[in-house]
Design a protein around this ligand. Structure first.
Ligand SMILES: C[S@@+](CC[C@H](N)C(=O)[O-])C[C@H]1O[C@@H](n2cnc3c(N)ncnc32)[C@H](O)[C@@H]1O
Length: 380
Protein backbone atom coordinates (compact mmCIF):
# COMPACT_ATOMS: atom_id res chain seq x y z
CA UNK A 1 0.00 0.00 0.00
CA UNK A 2 3.05 2.27 0.40
CA UNK A 3 1.80 4.01 3.56
CA UNK A 4 4.25 5.98 5.70
CA UNK A 5 2.55 5.10 9.01
CA UNK A 6 1.90 1.84 10.88
CA UNK A 7 -1.50 0.17 10.67
CA UNK A 8 -3.48 -2.39 12.65
CA UNK A 9 -6.81 -4.20 12.41
CA UNK A 10 -9.66 -3.32 14.78
CA UNK A 11 -13.16 -4.75 15.01
CA UNK A 12 -16.21 -2.45 15.02
CA UNK A 13 -19.62 -4.11 15.00
CA UNK A 14 -19.26 -6.87 12.40
CA UNK A 15 -16.52 -5.08 10.44
CA UNK A 16 -12.76 -5.57 10.45
CA UNK A 17 -11.20 -2.19 9.84
CA UNK A 18 -7.63 -1.37 8.92
CA UNK A 19 -6.73 1.75 10.91
CA UNK A 20 -3.61 3.82 11.59
CA UNK A 21 -1.73 2.48 14.62
CA UNK A 22 -0.84 5.94 15.87
CA UNK A 23 -0.74 6.74 19.53
CA UNK A 24 1.18 9.99 19.46
CA UNK A 25 -0.36 13.36 18.66
CA UNK A 26 -2.29 13.22 15.42
CA UNK A 27 -0.59 14.47 12.25
CA UNK A 28 -3.20 16.01 9.97
CA UNK A 29 -1.85 14.17 6.91
CA UNK A 30 -2.44 10.79 8.57
CA UNK A 31 -5.88 9.16 8.28
CA UNK A 32 -7.88 9.00 11.43
CA UNK A 33 -9.98 6.38 13.18
CA UNK A 34 -12.08 7.53 16.13
CA UNK A 35 -13.62 4.68 18.17
CA UNK A 36 -15.69 7.20 20.18
CA UNK A 37 -17.83 8.04 17.15
CA UNK A 38 -18.83 4.39 16.70
CA UNK A 39 -22.13 5.36 18.39
CA UNK A 40 -22.78 7.76 15.51
CA UNK A 41 -21.97 4.96 13.05
CA UNK A 42 -24.16 2.44 14.94
CA UNK A 43 -27.23 4.66 14.76
CA UNK A 44 -26.56 5.53 11.13
CA UNK A 45 -26.15 1.84 10.37
CA UNK A 46 -29.48 1.04 12.05
CA UNK A 47 -31.13 3.67 9.82
CA UNK A 48 -29.47 2.24 6.70
CA UNK A 49 -30.47 -1.33 7.68
CA UNK A 50 -34.06 -0.14 7.99
CA UNK A 51 -33.93 1.02 4.35
CA UNK A 52 -33.34 -2.41 2.82
CA UNK A 53 -30.44 -2.22 0.34
CA UNK A 54 -30.16 1.52 -0.30
CA UNK A 55 -27.71 3.31 -2.57
CA UNK A 56 -25.61 5.38 -0.18
CA UNK A 57 -23.19 8.29 -0.63
CA UNK A 58 -20.58 8.40 2.13
CA UNK A 59 -19.23 11.79 1.08
CA UNK A 60 -16.48 12.03 3.74
CA UNK A 61 -15.76 8.42 4.35
CA UNK A 62 -12.28 8.72 5.91
CA UNK A 63 -10.95 5.18 6.30
CA UNK A 64 -14.43 3.89 5.45
CA UNK A 65 -15.59 2.77 8.90
CA UNK A 66 -19.21 3.50 8.07
CA UNK A 67 -19.04 2.64 4.34
CA UNK A 68 -17.76 -0.86 5.15
CA UNK A 69 -20.41 -1.42 7.80
CA UNK A 70 -23.20 -0.22 5.48
CA UNK A 71 -21.92 -2.49 2.67
CA UNK A 72 -21.75 -5.53 4.98
CA UNK A 73 -25.47 -5.06 5.56
CA UNK A 74 -26.21 -5.00 1.83
CA UNK A 75 -26.09 -1.30 0.93
CA UNK A 76 -24.31 -0.19 -2.22
CA UNK A 77 -21.96 2.60 -1.13
CA UNK A 78 -20.20 5.31 -3.12
CA UNK A 79 -17.42 6.32 -0.73
CA UNK A 80 -15.51 9.56 -1.18
CA UNK A 81 -12.73 11.33 0.66
CA UNK A 82 -10.13 13.93 -0.18
CA UNK A 83 -7.43 11.80 1.44
CA UNK A 84 -6.03 9.06 -0.85
CA UNK A 85 -4.23 7.31 2.02
CA UNK A 86 -7.54 6.99 3.90
CA UNK A 87 -9.03 5.38 0.82
CA UNK A 88 -6.14 2.90 0.61
CA UNK A 89 -7.10 1.69 4.07
CA UNK A 90 -10.76 1.56 3.06
CA UNK A 91 -9.98 -0.67 0.07
CA UNK A 92 -8.00 -3.11 2.23
CA UNK A 93 -10.89 -3.27 4.70
CA UNK A 94 -13.43 -3.73 1.89
CA UNK A 95 -11.37 -6.68 0.56
CA UNK A 96 -11.06 -8.28 4.00
CA UNK A 97 -14.82 -7.97 4.65
CA UNK A 98 -15.76 -9.27 1.18
CA UNK A 99 -17.62 -6.11 0.15
CA UNK A 100 -15.40 -4.73 -2.64
CA UNK A 101 -18.23 -5.34 -5.10
CA UNK A 102 -20.57 -3.10 -3.09
CA UNK A 103 -18.25 -0.13 -2.65
CA UNK A 104 -17.25 2.44 -5.27
CA UNK A 105 -14.41 4.79 -4.34
CA UNK A 106 -13.71 8.37 -5.38
CA UNK A 107 -11.27 10.98 -4.15
CA UNK A 108 -12.47 14.49 -4.73
CA UNK A 109 -14.05 17.39 -2.88
CA UNK A 110 -17.33 16.23 -1.31
CA UNK A 111 -19.23 19.01 -3.11
CA UNK A 112 -17.95 17.94 -6.53
CA UNK A 113 -18.68 14.29 -5.70
CA UNK A 114 -22.26 15.04 -4.62
CA UNK A 115 -23.02 17.53 -7.40
CA UNK A 116 -21.96 14.98 -10.02
CA UNK A 117 -24.71 12.70 -8.69
CA UNK A 118 -27.50 15.24 -8.47
CA UNK A 119 -29.23 14.60 -11.82
CA UNK A 120 -32.73 13.28 -11.04
CA UNK A 121 -31.98 9.68 -12.02
CA UNK A 122 -28.65 9.48 -10.20
CA UNK A 123 -29.62 10.63 -6.74
CA UNK A 124 -28.98 8.58 -3.62
CA UNK A 125 -31.37 6.98 -1.15
CA UNK A 126 -29.11 8.07 1.70
CA UNK A 127 -26.41 10.74 1.82
CA UNK A 128 -24.03 10.75 4.77
CA UNK A 129 -22.01 13.87 5.62
CA UNK A 130 -19.48 13.53 8.40
CA UNK A 131 -17.14 16.53 8.26
CA UNK A 132 -14.69 17.89 10.77
CA UNK A 133 -16.51 20.96 12.11
CA UNK A 134 -19.46 22.54 10.33
CA UNK A 135 -21.56 20.69 7.73
CA UNK A 136 -22.81 24.03 6.32
CA UNK A 137 -20.44 24.21 3.30
CA UNK A 138 -21.64 20.80 2.09
CA UNK A 139 -25.39 20.94 2.74
CA UNK A 140 -26.47 22.46 -0.58
CA UNK A 141 -24.75 19.80 -2.69
CA UNK A 142 -25.86 17.07 -0.28
CA UNK A 143 -29.52 18.15 -0.46
CA UNK A 144 -29.36 18.13 -4.26
CA UNK A 145 -28.00 14.57 -4.29
CA UNK A 146 -30.83 12.96 -2.27
CA UNK A 147 -33.80 11.32 -4.01
CA UNK A 148 -37.32 12.45 -3.13
CA UNK A 149 -38.22 10.43 -0.05
CA UNK A 150 -34.54 9.72 0.68
CA UNK A 151 -32.53 10.69 3.74
CA UNK A 152 -29.70 13.10 4.40
CA UNK A 153 -27.71 12.60 7.61
CA UNK A 154 -25.09 15.05 8.79
CA UNK A 155 -22.80 15.49 11.76
CA UNK A 156 -21.77 18.85 13.22
CA UNK A 157 -18.87 19.25 15.64
CA UNK A 158 -18.71 23.07 15.55
CA UNK A 159 -20.62 23.16 18.80
CA UNK A 160 -18.78 26.16 20.25
CA UNK A 161 -20.31 28.27 17.48
CA UNK A 162 -23.71 26.58 17.53
CA UNK A 163 -23.83 26.80 21.34
CA UNK A 164 -23.51 30.57 21.23
CA UNK A 165 -19.89 30.94 22.38
CA UNK A 166 -19.16 32.91 19.20
CA UNK A 167 -22.38 34.79 18.38
CA UNK A 168 -20.80 36.68 15.47
CA UNK A 169 -19.64 33.46 13.83
CA UNK A 170 -23.11 31.99 14.37
CA UNK A 171 -24.70 34.97 12.64
CA UNK A 172 -22.18 34.90 9.78
CA UNK A 173 -22.25 31.16 9.17
CA UNK A 174 -25.82 30.19 9.99
CA UNK A 175 -27.65 33.54 9.77
CA UNK A 176 -28.82 33.02 13.34
CA UNK A 177 -28.79 34.83 16.69
CA UNK A 178 -27.72 32.73 19.63
CA UNK A 179 -26.66 32.78 23.27
CA UNK A 180 -25.02 30.52 25.80
CA UNK A 181 -27.37 28.45 27.91
CA UNK A 182 -27.69 25.16 29.76
CA UNK A 183 -29.82 23.81 26.86
CA UNK A 184 -27.33 24.87 24.16
CA UNK A 185 -26.96 21.42 22.59
CA UNK A 186 -30.68 21.39 21.89
CA UNK A 187 -30.28 24.91 20.47
CA UNK A 188 -27.50 23.58 18.21
CA UNK A 189 -29.83 20.96 16.77
CA UNK A 190 -32.68 23.43 16.34
CA UNK A 191 -30.42 25.99 14.66
CA UNK A 192 -29.16 23.34 12.23
CA UNK A 193 -32.63 22.05 11.36
CA UNK A 194 -33.87 25.61 10.78
CA UNK A 195 -30.80 26.28 8.66
CA UNK A 196 -31.12 23.18 6.48
CA UNK A 197 -34.84 23.87 6.07
CA UNK A 198 -34.02 27.31 4.62
CA UNK A 199 -31.26 25.91 2.39
CA UNK A 200 -33.67 23.26 1.10
CA UNK A 201 -36.29 25.89 0.27
CA UNK A 202 -33.74 27.69 -1.95
CA UNK A 203 -33.75 24.54 -4.09
CA UNK A 204 -37.53 24.34 -3.92
CA UNK A 205 -37.42 21.19 -1.84
CA UNK A 206 -38.56 20.44 1.70
CA UNK A 207 -37.12 18.57 4.64
CA UNK A 208 -38.66 16.77 7.57
CA UNK A 209 -36.58 15.99 10.69
CA UNK A 210 -36.60 12.24 11.32
CA UNK A 211 -33.93 11.84 14.01
CA UNK A 212 -31.58 14.22 15.83
CA UNK A 213 -29.37 13.60 18.80
CA UNK A 214 -26.42 14.96 20.76
CA UNK A 215 -23.61 12.71 22.03
CA UNK A 216 -19.90 12.95 22.82
CA UNK A 217 -19.42 16.55 21.60
CA UNK A 218 -21.21 16.32 18.29
CA UNK A 219 -24.78 16.50 17.03
CA UNK A 220 -26.20 14.28 14.32
CA UNK A 221 -29.33 15.02 12.30
CA UNK A 222 -31.28 12.89 9.81
CA UNK A 223 -33.80 14.63 7.57
CA UNK A 224 -36.10 13.23 4.92
CA UNK A 225 -36.07 15.11 1.62
CA UNK A 226 -39.44 15.76 0.02
CA UNK A 227 -40.75 17.59 -3.04
CA UNK A 228 -43.93 18.69 -1.27
CA UNK A 229 -44.50 20.57 1.94
CA UNK A 230 -44.55 18.08 4.80
CA UNK A 231 -44.19 20.26 7.88
CA UNK A 232 -45.69 23.54 9.01
CA UNK A 233 -43.22 26.23 7.77
CA UNK A 234 -43.81 28.24 10.96
CA UNK A 235 -41.92 25.52 12.82
CA UNK A 236 -38.76 26.31 10.85
CA UNK A 237 -38.67 30.02 11.56
CA UNK A 238 -39.09 30.16 15.30
CA UNK A 239 -37.41 32.48 17.79
CA UNK A 240 -36.70 31.91 21.45
CA UNK A 241 -36.24 34.38 24.27
CA UNK A 242 -34.26 33.18 27.24
CA UNK A 243 -34.07 34.77 30.69
CA UNK A 244 -30.90 33.59 32.45
CA UNK A 245 -32.08 35.13 35.73
CA UNK A 246 -35.08 32.85 36.24
CA UNK A 247 -34.47 30.31 33.42
CA UNK A 248 -37.73 31.22 31.69
CA UNK A 249 -37.95 30.70 27.95
CA UNK A 250 -40.63 31.82 25.54
CA UNK A 251 -40.78 31.00 21.87
CA UNK A 252 -42.91 31.76 18.86
CA UNK A 253 -42.79 32.97 15.30
CA UNK A 254 -43.28 36.71 15.57
CA UNK A 255 -39.97 38.17 16.76
CA UNK A 256 -41.43 41.65 17.11
CA UNK A 257 -44.17 40.46 19.46
CA UNK A 258 -41.59 38.48 21.46
CA UNK A 259 -39.27 41.48 21.71
CA UNK A 260 -42.08 43.78 22.81
CA UNK A 261 -43.08 41.33 25.53
CA UNK A 262 -39.60 40.26 26.64
CA UNK A 263 -37.35 43.29 26.90
CA UNK A 264 -34.78 41.61 29.14
CA UNK A 265 -34.49 38.29 27.33
CA UNK A 266 -31.74 36.98 25.08
CA UNK A 267 -32.82 36.34 21.51
CA UNK A 268 -32.06 33.13 19.59
CA UNK A 269 -33.16 32.20 16.08
CA UNK A 270 -34.40 31.72 13.50
CA UNK A 271 -34.51 28.08 14.51
CA UNK A 272 -36.67 24.98 14.41
CA UNK A 273 -39.33 24.85 17.16
CA UNK A 274 -41.05 21.62 16.09
CA UNK A 275 -40.18 18.04 16.96
CA UNK A 276 -36.54 17.16 16.36
CA UNK A 277 -37.38 13.57 15.45
CA UNK A 278 -40.28 11.40 14.34
CA UNK A 279 -41.60 8.95 16.91
CA UNK A 280 -42.56 6.38 14.27
CA UNK A 281 -39.10 6.66 12.68
CA UNK A 282 -37.43 6.06 16.05
CA UNK A 283 -39.78 3.15 16.67
CA UNK A 284 -38.65 1.58 13.41
CA UNK A 285 -34.95 2.07 14.24
CA UNK A 286 -35.42 0.64 17.72
CA UNK A 287 -37.01 -2.40 16.14
CA UNK A 288 -33.97 -2.84 13.85
CA UNK A 289 -31.57 -2.21 16.72
CA UNK A 290 -33.16 -4.89 18.86
CA UNK A 291 -33.38 -7.36 15.99
CA UNK A 292 -29.79 -6.76 14.86
CA UNK A 293 -27.84 -6.28 18.08
CA UNK A 294 -25.03 -8.30 16.50
CA UNK A 295 -24.33 -5.51 13.98
CA UNK A 296 -23.84 -2.84 16.64
CA UNK A 297 -20.81 -1.89 18.68
CA UNK A 298 -22.74 -0.07 21.41
CA UNK A 299 -26.12 -1.80 21.58
CA UNK A 300 -26.99 -0.78 25.17
CA UNK A 301 -26.02 2.84 24.72
CA UNK A 302 -27.86 3.13 21.40
CA UNK A 303 -30.99 1.56 22.86
CA UNK A 304 -30.91 3.85 25.90
CA UNK A 305 -30.35 6.97 23.81
CA UNK A 306 -33.20 6.17 21.40
CA UNK A 307 -35.52 5.37 24.33
CA UNK A 308 -34.78 8.70 26.03
CA UNK A 309 -35.17 10.58 22.77
CA UNK A 310 -38.51 8.98 22.00
CA UNK A 311 -39.73 9.73 25.52
CA UNK A 312 -38.95 13.46 25.29
CA UNK A 313 -40.38 14.17 21.82
CA UNK A 314 -43.84 15.11 22.98
CA UNK A 315 -42.71 17.92 25.29
CA UNK A 316 -42.07 21.63 24.69
CA UNK A 317 -38.64 22.58 23.35
CA UNK A 318 -35.71 23.82 25.49
CA UNK A 319 -35.26 21.45 28.42
CA UNK A 320 -34.41 22.57 31.96
CA UNK A 321 -31.48 21.48 34.12
CA UNK A 322 -32.65 20.58 37.60
CA UNK A 323 -29.78 22.02 39.70
CA UNK A 324 -30.27 25.40 37.97
CA UNK A 325 -33.89 25.42 39.19
CA UNK A 326 -33.73 23.85 42.64
CA UNK A 327 -31.29 24.71 45.37
CA UNK A 328 -30.01 21.99 47.67
CA UNK A 329 -29.98 18.21 47.43
CA UNK A 330 -32.32 16.85 44.82
CA UNK A 331 -33.62 13.31 44.48
CA UNK A 332 -32.21 11.14 41.67
CA UNK A 333 -33.67 12.11 38.31
CA UNK A 334 -35.80 9.01 37.80
CA UNK A 335 -37.27 9.46 41.29
CA UNK A 336 -37.95 13.13 40.61
CA UNK A 337 -39.83 12.28 37.39
CA UNK A 338 -41.84 9.66 39.27
CA UNK A 339 -42.81 12.14 41.99
CA UNK A 340 -43.98 14.61 39.35
CA UNK A 341 -45.85 11.98 37.33
CA UNK A 342 -47.47 10.57 40.48
CA UNK A 343 -48.62 14.09 41.25
CA UNK A 344 -50.23 14.39 37.82
CA UNK A 345 -47.48 16.54 36.26
CA UNK A 346 -46.21 15.46 32.85
CA UNK A 347 -42.40 15.38 32.87
CA UNK A 348 -39.65 13.47 31.12
CA UNK A 349 -35.92 12.95 31.14
CA UNK A 350 -33.90 14.13 28.16
CA UNK A 351 -31.04 12.46 26.30
CA UNK A 352 -29.27 15.86 26.17
CA UNK A 353 -28.29 16.00 29.83
CA UNK A 354 -28.31 13.53 32.72
CA UNK A 355 -29.73 16.28 34.94
CA UNK A 356 -32.09 17.62 32.30
CA UNK A 357 -35.86 17.55 32.56
CA UNK A 358 -38.80 18.49 30.37
CA UNK A 359 -42.09 19.80 31.68
CA UNK A 360 -44.44 22.62 30.83
CA UNK A 361 -44.56 25.32 33.53
CA UNK A 362 -47.03 27.42 31.53
CA UNK A 363 -46.59 31.07 32.46
CA UNK A 364 -45.14 30.31 35.88
CA UNK A 365 -41.42 30.63 36.68
CA UNK A 366 -39.97 27.16 36.08
CA UNK A 367 -38.23 26.93 39.46
CA UNK A 368 -41.41 27.92 41.34
CA UNK A 369 -43.47 25.51 39.26
CA UNK A 370 -41.04 22.66 39.91
CA UNK A 371 -40.66 23.33 43.64
CA UNK A 372 -44.43 23.62 44.03
CA UNK A 373 -45.00 20.41 42.07
CA UNK A 374 -42.61 18.38 44.21
CA UNK A 375 -43.48 17.19 47.67
CA UNK A 376 -41.00 19.08 49.90
CA UNK A 377 -40.52 16.02 52.08
CA UNK A 378 -38.83 14.34 49.08
CA UNK A 379 -36.47 17.23 48.52
CA UNK A 380 -34.00 16.37 51.24
C1 LIG B 1 -14.65 13.20 10.56
S1 LIG B 1 -13.73 12.52 9.28
C2 LIG B 1 -14.75 11.28 8.63
C3 LIG B 1 -14.89 10.10 9.54
C4 LIG B 1 -15.66 8.94 8.95
N1 LIG B 1 -16.88 9.35 8.31
C5 LIG B 1 -15.94 7.93 10.05
O1 LIG B 1 -17.09 7.75 10.48
O2 LIG B 1 -14.97 7.31 10.52
C6 LIG B 1 -13.82 13.76 8.05
C7 LIG B 1 -13.21 13.34 6.70
O3 LIG B 1 -13.52 14.34 5.75
C8 LIG B 1 -12.45 14.41 4.83
N2 LIG B 1 -12.59 15.71 4.16
C9 LIG B 1 -12.34 16.95 4.69
N3 LIG B 1 -12.69 17.90 3.79
C10 LIG B 1 -13.21 17.25 2.71
C11 LIG B 1 -13.76 17.69 1.49
N4 LIG B 1 -13.88 18.99 1.20
N5 LIG B 1 -14.19 16.76 0.61
C12 LIG B 1 -14.07 15.43 0.88
N6 LIG B 1 -13.55 14.95 2.04
C13 LIG B 1 -13.13 15.85 2.93
C14 LIG B 1 -11.21 14.23 5.67
O4 LIG B 1 -10.15 13.73 4.86
C15 LIG B 1 -11.70 13.20 6.71
O5 LIG B 1 -11.37 11.90 6.31
Amino acid sequence: MGLDFPVKWVREGKADLLVPAITEIRRSSIPFYNPVTSLNRDISLAVVMGMGKPRVADAMTGIGSRAIRYAIEGAYVEANDLSPSSLSLLLESARKNGVLNRIGVQSTDARAFLSAESAPNNRFDFVDLDPFGSPAPFLDSALAAVKAGGLLAFTATDLATLCGHYPKALLEKYGCFGFRSEFCHEMAIRILIGYIYRRARLQNIFIEPMLSFYADHYVRIFVKVAMNRVVDPDLASGFVFYFPRNKKRTWGNDPKALIDKNQEGKLGGPLWIGRIASSSFIEKIRYTVNLRQDALQNYFRVNKLLGLLQGELDYPPFFYVVPTLLAGGNPPMSELIKILNDGGIRASLTHFDGQGIRFDPGDEEPSIFLARSLNPSHMM
